[in-house]
Design a protein around this ligand. Structure first.
Ligand SMILES: [Zn+2]
Length: 340
């Protein structure tokens, strides 16, 4: 987990740490993050709870509609009940907003900046609920983050993360049994429960949480916005052509985001084996996911081994198989500084 800070302690790192590594006993953190995104152009830095209540409750209502379990607690509590009641037409929006102001923010404002049981010093808002008007005050950190190009990707990642978390809760089975699979054609991740397939997220959105808008190989900038010119390719690290020789080649352990140049441009990887230094990078990436405590972690452990040593040996043996089958190795021409 420390990698995350040591390598690039930028604002986006801190924000991602909150979203990716924050401890979740309910999905409020995601809802608050998504609500805050909507205030990026706000004229004032003071956001009242009254103003926050609408977007915050809207995001919770949308998610509760698709996945009723938004908390790990047995009893979801009065705020989530109010959201469900609103969805079912039992209470009007006015009442929902009133309940949101009174109950919805109770813990999430305090806990938002907690990561790995510690509060981050870099804050994106200050708590002003003790003032004359109950509010939070957005900090310069928030507005600076909102100006960055990566802000669009961060919004996708938040949604992807939320889907993963609620899917794990909804399934109500041990996370060990929840295998995340990749649909090569649709480019999505899904789980299968009782023979029913549940799409959880775009594969790109999840992978980008580690790569932060950079090609896995050359560090050139890539986007996960499907309308962007530099839309990332989902690439098999060990090429698809040796799928019969490697276990679970479509597994998340073997998928990375690459720029089109590296994947299929002139001098691209195509069906070659990435150089050994890139294998080390893949190992570091997989260990990062394993530290993130969500279904991807369980899937990776199942596919590649219980201990770090086993996982390292697994990758080494795949590398051996790939090298002896394909022979040719490939390394990218670096285009940007390492951010990984
Ligand atoms: Zn590249």
């Amino acid at each position: 987990m420390s990698r995350f800070y040591e390598v690039e302690p930028s604002l986006e790192n801190y924000w991602r740490a909150i979203i990716l590594f924050g401890k979740n006993s309910s999905s409020y953190k995601f809802a608050l993050a998504k609500a805050l995104y909507e205030f990026r152009d706000s004229a004032s830095d003071l956001i009242t709870l009254d103003a926050l209540a609408e977007p915050f409750s809207r995001h919770v209502c949308t998610h509760i509609h698709q996945s009723s379990k938004q908390s790990t607690r047995e009893n979801p509590g009065r705020f989530l009940d109010a959201c469900a009641d609103f969805n079912n037409g039992v209470i009007p929006q006015e009442q929902l907003l009133d309940q949101t102001v009174r109950l919805g923010f109770e813990n999430v404002i305090d806990a938002f900046h907690n990561v790995a049981r510690k509060t981050l010093d870099t804050r994106f808002f200050e708590d002003e609920r003790k003032g004359a008007v109950k509010a939070i005050r957005l900090t310069d950190h928030f507005f600076r983050l909102a100006e960055q190009v990566v802000f669009a990707d961060i919004q996708y990642e938040t949604e992807a993360r939320w889907r993963l978390v609620e899917t794990a809760w909804q399934s109500n089975i041990s996370k060990n049994l929840l295998a995340v699979q990749h649909d090569h054609d649709a480019g999505s991740l899904f789980v299968r429960m009782n023979d029913r397939r549940i799409d959880i997220t775009s594969c790109r959105d999840s992978l980008n949480g580690y790569q932060k808008g950079r090609c896995f190989y050359c560090y050139d900038t890539i986007s996960i916005d499907s309308s962007a010119d530099n839309l990332a390719d989902v690439d098999h690290f060990f090429p698809w052509c040796i799928r019969h020789d490697l276990p679970a080649i479509n597994g998340i352990w073997n998928l990375v985001l690459a720029c089109t140049d590296c994947n299929r441009g002139e001098g691209g990887k195509f069906e070659r084996v990435p150089a050994l230094s890139l294998l080390e990078r893949l190992h570091a990436r997989n260990e990062y996911f394993i530290n993130s405590h969500l279904p991807i972690r369980e899937t990776l452990i199942k596919q590649t081994g219980k201990t770090e040593l086993q996982r390292q040996q697994f990758l080494q043996s795949c590398y051996g198989v790939a090298k002896t089958q394909i022979i040719h190795t490939w390394r990218p021409k670096p285009k940007g500084g390492s951010t990984l």
